[in-house]
Design a protein around this ligand. Sequence first.
Ligand code: ADP
Ligand code: MG
Length: 160
Amino acid sequence: MSEEHDIRTANPESTFDWGRRLGTLVEPGLVVGLIGELGAGKTQFVKGVCAGALVPSDEMISSPTFVLIHEYQGRLPIYHFDTYRLPSAAAFAGLGVDEYFEGDGVCLVEWADRFVECLPDEWLEIRFVHRGPTERSLQFSCRGSRWSGLLEKLIAPPTP
Ligand code: ADP
Ligand code: MG
């Protein structure tokens, strides 16, 4: 695993904003694994990614909560796997996830640590850790090297 970058966010808006930043950078084939307990901010971050990738905001509001795979159309397709209720890795694989991973969009997988064996060799890992009532750590690292350039761009301070 690559070097880890630890970002602190002080409120939900800041987590959204880091997601939005990633959303401006995402490319077809990217798989992002979102790891962290309930309420850690994974979905908040996903909403930001969608905003950054130009998904119309009304498309997000209309998506039902019981759906396991949300598909959003921004400047590229975004597949959001909301796997909280999935019992096993086999059930996850049974959704046909490989086709999504090899497709033309971006895949965002909540609870990715439960399904690591189903993920491709190269993915971007983000761990969400509670640090206080409205504070979180976002810990970014790369599995494999394919996405390390994208991660560097995300972390790099904006050029003046
Ligand atoms: P998860 O998908 O990890 O279960 P959600 O994104 O659905 O979590 O919910 C996170 C909750 O925590 C939201 O109610 C949000 O308002 C709250 N929250 C408080 N501080 C933060 C923060 N810094 N980043 C993200 N969410 C935060
Ligand atoms: Mg969630």
